[in-house]
Design a protein around this ligand. Sequence first.
Ligand code: GUN
Length: 294
Amino acid sequence: MSQPVILDGKATAAQIKEELANQVIDIKSKGGKVPHLAAVLVGDDGASRTYVNSKVKSCEKIGFDSSLIQLDSGISEADLLAKVKELNEDDSIDGYIVQVPLPEHIEEQKVTLAIDPKKDVDGFHPENLGRLVLGLPTFVSATPNGILELLKRYNIETEGKHCVVIGRSHIVGTPMSILMGQNKNPGNCTVTLAHSRTKNLKEVAASADILIVAVGRPNFVTAEMVKEGAVVIDVGIHRIEDASKKNGFRLIGDVQYDAVANKCSHITPVPGGVGPMTIASLMQNTLKAIELRK
Ligand code: GUN
């Protein structure tokens, strides 16, 4: 097999952000409201801080307004819910996210339910997930939305294909499996949602024309699990020790990249594949929030 097409998430995300920046210029010239994203960060978990900072930075680059709300890890659930209510009622804010994970004493689901679905740019609220299932306008959460954008922008034909999604999380695998089966483009696939209890996972995966892997286990998918010419989307991202690197680690995905790349027609690299698309998706949802609130 010749070398696969690399689905370049970094370049695609940069292109989406440029398109959004142009839309902001257009909005401003017409005297419209510039999208405003707020991000709530509870505590000081390093990874969460990095993610939230890059979300805020992306807003600045595009020309969106942004607010970073940093709260102490000891904040009570009641006080966090009061903050959420305040954000729901603040007309200057179009959309917001509460970065997860939250400290253990706070029930994440209670917080998700308290977010106004019209400002839920993460698409985590049950109302938005329900709308997604029904094919109604909604916020599709960042990772599934980013994958759809990659498939669309690389003109990958999905209609009638067998799509296997491995992993059934609420924010990636489950919505992805629903979206790929819908009568849309990308979509119209015959979908299999595989997970830890799937029997003959190797055979199931190897029957996929489009294989979307979100299991959260490094190097889980081997070459023998991939059909010749398949499209492979790797959602995983893991740090593994690597003494040859300056910082002592490198990033790998859920897919054994080198072996699988020799077999498939298209593949997302890690890093630089699905990851960068997630922030671009959040920005797209923030712009959409203005429309949904009208
Ligand atoms: N933590 C890791 N990814 C995400 C995300 O997409 N949204 C929120 N709110 N928290 C996260």
